[in-house]
Design a protein around this ligand. Structure first.
Ligand code: NG1
Ligand code: MG
Length: 516
């Protein structure tokens, strides 16, 4: 039977040397050219070679959508597209530290230079869309971390010259943002001579990304940092972060994961008040109201707003149940609780929620709806909580199916596919985070032979993921090409069409190449 591998959290980010064979192994052969080009262009730009390259990949979430911020387990993995960042360390001068940052595509991402304040946090304006905001977010997190390590809180970061190349499609649902933030934070830690552990990099990258205006859970950063080639990353957030590498057993028909872009971009920084952040608020409110109706006090947890549905589950169970009942069974109890208590299909107003919580409306506003802007009249607590708990169950079932078999037979494979399809249906109807284009892609792909098809990432457009037999890849990609891409975008370029669909191979997480 395939065994789970525990991930050592205290392990430092892998560092390989450009002259070692290790780097050849870490940098996939098809990417070698891109890495050499980055170093050459760095040389041209700054007239010397970089000291190192920091790298972090995008991710695909196989199952467990929109439940990381409710602290339920998810099953993503890193993909091979990534952000690579060549860095030269320049000693800080008496007048301060500066960052010079350029991109290999300067027409899209113009070169910038800015100062890093020595005694205050760097400021980021999430409303101003600047590509370097994500770098600044990583820098902010790293500098905060390094300052905390000094007894007197003083810390002067080095100056840096940087050249970035990212090939994760932005706004495409495979987390270009986490790739960029993690690579940036890693680069700043390394430049300041700190061998950061995976766990520390994760903690600071999650907080960093919130600086860009999204309530974000920790899934993307965990997948970007911890993943291992060939494995899925079973990621737990409660009671604290914990990750395991899950192997994909052999199957009669080789299992392939295909990602297909919808090319409908949802810019989270703009849409968050009505979409992403609203969902986070809805789940937090659902947790608090459920707890209140059982007379339970939720201790603060490490979710973005401090009270999660997972935390409610934990409080609802007696000590006995927590110890002896399987998690699946515990989840059934909380599903029942939602059905009994959150009965209003049409959703709840602020006044109704305040009343259920026994607080005044302004207190509700300040406690739940003010850290980030949220726009809504009604909050669909029932549907959101049901999605969360049932999705959490599907993740447990999916993982159990993978680890309890030495080989996946037809029946098990069909079951895995069914879980993916159910996840999509729940995202569409209960969580309302799909999009007509995404539904279309899933329907076309299933007709052409996938076992399961669903959105991956935040949704509202973005990317889809499909589980299919290797032998069906051609049929599915042809169907998507003819029935979706060419129909919806008749003028699509050959290059864009090529990027639309990619086989996603579970890849390695972050690493640094020194002596580049
Ligand atoms: P995207 O938008 O694909 O990066 C977001 C969140 C995740 C998770 C998923 C939904 C950020 C950085 N990431 O992913 O934490 O909640 O949506 O499962 O906001
Ligand atoms: Mg993102």
């Amino acid at each position: 039977m395939p065994s789970l591998e525990l991930v050592p959290h205290t392990e430092s980010i892998a560092e390989v040397y450009a002259t070692d064979d290790a780097s050849v192994n870490s940098v996939a052969p098809e990417h070698q050219k891109r890495w050499s080009a980055l170093i050459q262009q760095f040389n041209k730009q700054y007239n010397h070679r970089p000291d190192f390259v920091a790298r972090s990949p995008g991710r695909v979430n196989i199952i467990g959508e929109h439940i990381d911020y409710s602290l339920y387990d998810v099953l993503p993995t890193a993909v091979s597209v990534d952000v690579i960042m060549a860095v030269k360390i320049v000693p800080a001068s008496a007048s301060g530290s500066t960052v010079k940052i350029a991109n290999v595509a300067p027409e899209k991402f113009p070169t910038r230079e800015f100062d890093v304040p020595h005694d205050s946090d760097i400021e980021i304006d999430p409303k101003k869309h600047e590509w370097i905001n994500y770098f600044k977010a990583g820098l902010l997190g790293a500098v905060k971390f390094l300052r905390k390590e000094k007894a007197d809180g003083s810390f002067v970061p080095v100056s840096m010259e940087i050249l970035v190349d990212g090939n994760v499609p932005p706004g495409g649902g495979i987390s270009s943002s986490a790739a960029f933030v993690c690579a940036s934070a890693l680069a700043v830690m390394k430049a300041n001579d700190h061998n950061v552990t995976k766990q520390d990099l994760l903690d600071l990258a999650v907080v960093s990304e919130r600086a860009v205006g999204v309530y974000s859970g920790g899934m993307d950063q965990a997948a970007s940092i911890f993943s291992k080639r060939g494995f899925l990353l079973y990621t737990q957030f409660f009671p604290q972060f914990h990750a395991q590498h899950v192997p994909i057993p052999k199957a009669t028909d080789e299992i392939t994961f295909l990602m297909a872009q919808s090319f409908v971009t949802s810019n989270k920084a703009d849409t968050a008040p009505k979409h992403y952040n609203l969902r986070v608020a809805e789940c937090t409110l659902a947790a608090s109201i459920l707890a209140k109706s059982f007379d339970l006090t939720l201790p603060k947890d490490n979710s973005s707003l401090g009270y999660s549905l997972r935390n409610f589950q934990n409080q609802l169970m007696t000590k006995e149940e927590r110890l002896h009942d399987p998690l699946e069974y515990q989840i059934d109890s909380v599903i029942q609780a939602v059905q009994d208590i959150l009965t209003k299909e049409e959703g709840y107003t602020r006044e109704e929620m305040a009343q259920m919580l026994g607080i005044a409306a302004p207190e509700l506003e300040s406690k739940f709806l003010s850290s980030f802007p949220v726009q809504a009249e009604r909050f669909l607590l029932r549907q959101r909580a049901l999605h969360c708990f049932k999705e959490a169950r599907r993740v447990l079932d999916f993982k159990a199916c993978l680890v309890n078999a030495s080989q996946l037979d037809e029946k098990r494979i069909r079951y895995l596919g069914q879980l993916l399809n159910e996840s999509q249906e729940s995202c569409r109807t209960q969580y309302e985070c799909s999009a007509p284009e995404v539904d279309d892609i899933c329907a076309i792909a299933r007709r052409a032979g996938t076992w399961g098809s669903r959105l991956t990432g935040a949704g509202w457009g973005g990317c889809t993921v499909h589980m299919l037999p290797q032998g069906k890849v051609e049929a599915v990609t042809n169907a998507l090409k003819n029935e979706y891409y060419l129909k919806k975008f008749p003028d699509i370029s050959a290059e864009k069409l090529e990027q639309a669909m990619v086989i996603s191979k579970p890849s390695n997480g972050s690493f640094v190449v020194a002596g580049a």
